[in-house]
Design a protein around this ligand. Structure first.
Ligand code: DGJ
Length: 680
């Protein structure tokens, strides 16, 4: 809902559990007034008057109210981190007109020929802010900064930033650091969101799991991005968010829509923040948001590049016998792909490996009653392929220089319409002729040898190919992967049914990665595989139950060498998969509550959409004599209800489970427990 107070020049935007207010001042500058709890429509004019009072105390070194501009631009006495800057002139856009359309507000500003439109949209618990540039003049306009929004956080006693990140095989670790005066810059310059940070950041003063306020911002963009948290010396914090830095040239008449940024506020601590992000994703972002994801098998860790028709069929039979519903053949199925040095670009099934082609393998998988999926990496090419020989000009390279090889491949320029046409052509044929139901779309290199703005153009090209493919194959499912979780942003997740959060399948280490992924993203897209132990990355030995339980906190998959699994493990796996199918609607679509998240003990509980089923998973790295079985308090339960443990038949009250807790049976190292409760 949007309320406009015409005489005061204020706007109040109200969503599910939040309010956001801004004003247009008499001189036409847009002023930020509020982001936080919902307000009364009478409040914004009063806030504006109060901002005037604050001016009295402001110093003479900056513009009056310098820290509360709705969009910080470069020019005049402004010294804060700016969202927009011109190369050769100051920028001070002033109000031209506004338009309110339901839950949308557009504020049009202009400075000379450059028209800047600030776009706002209330979407459930989130506010979406975007920005559009239009060069109405006869000369080109050059920008040296083009972020999408300045988000102001209300004044706090102290500030902490929470980020989700790490690196390859260590993505999305939750970190909380104090902010001092100055800047925290989180970004990717890689042409994809990258592994170091999710394009997301949250700020709080003293919030905990259950209490306190948090303000968080995400950039919905699958390319390079940047979020800067700047705390001024006098205690104002703002977050500048958008696509990564680049010099942008707007030719006369050109319009440019910058990526959306999304702001979510929580008054109920970190748990509330997570739930609001999940609600936003489910209601406004994800594809097939109400459909549970199938149990998947992926061949990567079982066969790596040694793909063969008979071996894959044998794996598929075993996987099917365990209850798997979707069988995915990973890398290695096409010509020249015996390792990662060749093949990318020549997307023909290797006749020595798949004599009947992709379709023959797909048909056998279908005959078993499973869906069939295949791995692709459309944006890369290996030198030595026919594609590279025929089109050396399709790769990113600086004039006169050799392209940079990453994992032995070069980057294909998806901004080039010929490249996009080629990519769509073979993907379309592969899906149709290969009887493919599911594609795992991987990218194992960062964008190199291209100017900064190429990231924006590449991302737009990538989206265009994906959108065209989806339109041509409405039943196709997609998985996003970039060497694990390198491309799991909101723009990409709006096009892909599922994501591969990390190559790290060590169940113990993965708990932290999953915890961070699910901090903001719904478990519906969080693909988790049970693989062999010891795993190929960490060589840690983890029991099968722990591996299954860890994967059952998201979308369960299996990725082990099933031919080597002893009968006892296969029998246990069958039971785990069957149990998972009984709880997956709760895990994937219900409310997720973090109960414990420390290296020694992790516990999570999922409460089904109707509250009828509760799934509790507890993990201990080691069980100490002095600490045998502390009770784990559950969250999200109805205190007036009774819950029955479906294994022991013991019935508990909601108050007992909430205030005292369950005592799951844990023993030894890498111990885990899964408890399913049903509401009586
Ligand atoms: C990186 C992915 O994250 C892995 O799962 C696998 O698909 C390999 N690429 C294949 O090259």
């Amino acid at each position: 809902m949007i309320h406009r107070d015409e005489p005061a020049g204020t706007f109040l935007l109200t969503g599910d559990g939040f309010g956001y207010a801004l004003a247009v001042e008499p001189d036409g500058s847009p002023r930020h007034l509020h982001w936080g709890a919902p307000l009364d429509p009478a409040d914004p004019p009063r806030l504006l008057a109060d901002a005037d009072a604050a001016r009295i105390g402001s110093n003479t070194w900056s513009r009056p109210r310098a820290h509360t501009e709705e969009l910080v631009t470069a020019g005049g006495a402004r010294f804060d981190e700016c969202a927009l800057a011109l190369a050769d002139a100051p920028l001070d856009p002033r109000f031209v007109e506004s338009e309110v359309d339901g839950d949308r507000l557009a504020l049009r500003l202009a400075d000379g020929p450059l028209v800047v439109t600030l776009r706002y949209e209330v979407r459930g618990p989130a506010l979406v802010r975007g920005l559009e540039l239009h060069n109405t003049g006869d000369e080109p306009v050059t920008l040296t900064r083009a972020s999408s929004a300045t988000w102001s956080v209300p004044w706090q006693v102290g500030y902490h930033a929470t980020t989700l990140g790490g690196g390859y095989a260590a993505e999305t670790t939750v970190r909380r650091v104090p902010l001092g005066p100055g800047k925290l810059v989180c970004e990717s310059r890689r042409g994809i969101p990258g592994h170091a940070f999710q394009p997301w950041l949250a700020v709080d003063d003293d919030a905990g799991e259950d209490h306190g306020e948090l303000w968080s911002v995400a950039v919905a963009h699958g390319g390079s991005w940047r979020i800067v948290a700047e705390l001024s010396g006098d205690g104002h914090l703002h977050l500048t968010a958008g696509a990564g830095d680049a010099v942008l040239r707007l030719s006369p008449g050109a319009r440019l829509r910058l990526p959306d940024t999304i702001g979510v506020y929580s008054p109920t601590g970190r748990a509330g923040l997570t739930h609001r992000w999940h609600d936003y994703e489910r209601e406004h972002v994800l594809r097939r948001p109400d459909e549970v994801r199938p149990v998947l098998y992926n061949s990567w860790e079982a066969t790596f590049f040694a793909v063969g028709h008979d071996d894959q069929v044998a794996l598929a039979r075993r996987a099917h016998d365990l209850g798997v519903e979707l069988f995915v053949v990973d890398d290695g199925w096409f010509t020249g792909r015996d390792d990662d040095r060749g093949g990318l670009g020549d997307w023909r099934a290797d006749p020595a490996k798949l004599p009947g082609g992709v379709a023959a393998l797909a048909d056998e998988v279908h005959a078993l009653g499973m869906r069939f999926g295949l791995w692709v990496e459309p944006e890369s090419v290996n030198p030595g392929t026919d594609l590279y020989r025929d089109h050396p000009d399709w790769v990113y390279r600086w004039p006169g220089r050799e392209p940079t090889a990453v994992r032995h491949s070069y980057g294909l320029d998806f901004a080039d319409p010929d490249v996009r046409e080629w990519a769509f052509g073979w993907l379309d044929a592969l899906v149709r002729d290969g009887h493919v139901d599911y594609l795992k779309w991987d990218l194992n290199r960062s964008l190199t040898d291209a100017p900064g703005y190429a990231s924006r153009c590449h991302e737009a090209g990538f989206r265009a190919v994906v959108d065209r493919l989806r339109a041509a194959h409405p039943d196709l499912w997609l998985e996003t992967c970039a060497s694990g979780g390198g491309r799991a942003d909101l723009a990409t997740l709006s096009r892909f049914e599922t994501a591969w959060p990390s190559d790290n399948t060590d169940a113990f280490e993965r708990l932290a990665i999953q915890d961070g992924y699910a901090f903001v993203h719904s478990p519906l897209t969080m693909s988790c595989w049970v693989t062999d132990s010891p795993g190929y990355l960490t060589r840690r030995t983890v029991p099968l139950a722990f591996r299954f339980h860890a994967a059952m906190t998201g979308t369960l998959g299996i990725g082990g060498r099933l031919a080597d699994w002893p009968e006892a493990d296969l029998t246990a796996a069958r039971t785990f998969v069957a149990l998972y199918k009984q709880i997956r609607a709760t895990v994937q679509l219900g409310r997720r509550w973090r109960l414990r998240a420390d290296p020694d003990r992790t516990a999570v509980c999922h409460v089904g959409q109707d509250g009828g089923q509760v799934v509790v998973l507890v993990f201990a790295r080691t069980v100490r004599q002095s600490h045998l079985a502390p009770p784990i308090r559950l969250r999200g339960l109805d205190p007036d209800a009774r819950y029955r443990d479906t294994t022991t038949d013991v019935t508990y009250t909601g108050t007992f489970l909430t205030h005292h807790g369950l005592r799951p049976v844990l023993a030894g190292d890498y111990a885990s427990s899964l408890v399913v409760l049903t509401r009586e």
